[in-house]
Design a protein around this ligand. Sequence first.
Ligand code: F6P
Length: 592
Amino acid sequence: MLKSSNYDKFPVIKAQLNECITGWDTIAQEILAAASTVQGKPVIAIECYPGVNTSEIRNGLLDTIKQAHIIDTATAFKSEEEINKMVYPYVTDDPVFGYITPLALKDFFDAEKVARLISAIESSPNNLVLVIGAGASLIAEQPALLIYADMPRWEIQLRFRKQAVPNLGVSNNSASFSYLYKRAFFVDWRVCDRQKKALKNKIDFWLDTTKADEPKLATAAAINQALASAVQQPFRVVPFFDPGPWGGQWLKEEFDLDRSEKNFAWGFDCVPEENSLLIQFKNDVFELPSINLVFDHPQELLGEKVYRAFGDEFPIRFDFLDTMQGGNLSLQVHPLMEYIREKFGMGYTQDESYYFLEAADDAFVYLGLKENIVPEKMIAGLESAQAGNGPFEAEQYVEKWPIKKHDHILIPAGTVHCSGANSVVLEISATPYIFTFKLWDWGRMGLDGKPRPISIAHGKNVIQWQRTTEWTKENLVNKFEPITEGDGWREERTGLSTTSFIETRRHWFTKTVQHNTHGVVNVLNLIEGREAIVESPLNAFEPFIIHYAETFIVPAAVGAYTITPHGESSGKQCATIKASVRTNNLKNYRIN
Ligand SMILES: O=P(O)(O)OC[C@H]1O[C@](O)(CO)[C@@H](O)[C@@H]1O
């Protein structure tokens, strides 16, 4: 009998305060009621993250709040020409990479236009003023009510694909997805995250418009309470899945995804910058970006030492790469730390590892170079293939390793690599995720029918040519080391490489395993077994059930916890892989 999928695609965190309402009419009534308690002419600011459909908010509220004077913040932006010129150094002409901007939201506004709007608010004959859009909190600096309309990055990307939303301050909806994404990644999201953090203690309500025409309004008190309790218990972020040119069929079957998609390449199960959190109220579920939890509770979530190095960035990423009945990823390399800092303004680099959840008999990984290759010859071969002169002979230059289920391959930045067809990788990595220098894409097209951008010019600057067959075998392939064992369990170290700040431990167990965060965030995945239960020895949190291949986060503040096979896996062998941060050598990672 085929086993059914038990992977939970919509994990929730329970709210304790039931303060969430839905529907534009109800929300408008709530806003009116809150505004009526204010003396004089209330000004309400609805600060919007990029990607929010401001006309949906305006139209939704106006039906009920007819008497309001509506101010659209877009009327105070600098001209598109000025904005484009201002952001250009950070967007650049590179097809994929830009430079992290230091700009602030204020820089997008024209001071004279803002002054005019402020006097329009003051002289408005209406008895209620609604300021809506990005920068509303700059125009109405001391509003009677501050509402924050947020948007998770994954939903913004889906809107970019539909050309439904533009970049910050401009109306470039019809630009290519890659341009919109690059500009958002290097500019808009940085700018608006800074503003969001600055508003942290001033927000009265959060507005969720992630699903069109299903608005939800929750009090800041209820959201704050839910986030404060989230960092005292294990939790999951909401995963999302995306097809790709090399995507496979495993995620679709295993996680019961949309069968009509031709494949799924990626499953993003723990990328808090892009995932969201679902807060379960009595009758409604409120969605918000999971990065808000990192911004609000970095110390409890990450732990003091990790926070001191990384600030409010979540440094560990888990995702899936599915090539079952699919193809090879691109042959690629990631930038060294100095390179990513200098060229792209990122604080730390994409050190990675591949944990193989599944592998067909013919599965393999390209990793490291062959002995005695000539770098100039390899680069010439890549450039020639790129110029269309026949395929790059990867196997002449790059080592190929057979792979089986539960292998763990370490990929420090600078190592040439590529996961081959017919496997499922649980990628356990440092968080940066777009800094892939593709060297060769096997002559195939991207999903849009066009070749994907190749970055040999960057790649050749970072390839570590001494990482050849023997070195790779010695340092990067299955570096398993037994640590300790007890009644019904054993623990091994599996990685990552000594140059990475991430440590991974694997536990095989048929009985309870004791864990402790020791003040450092843990990220785990159930890599074997259908079901396990995570419990607090002190009953500090409610028992938390996890299923096969689900990634979950245990905040640093949790301290002691246990994991035991559960339900249909009771008494059977399970395994988890746990990533944490090595805190003894974080000097190099100090980015805040
Ligand atoms: O360039 P490709 O083939 O899409 O591969 C990109 C993927 O490769 C990785 O760098 C893994 O090596 C992932 O982090 C990334 O999503």
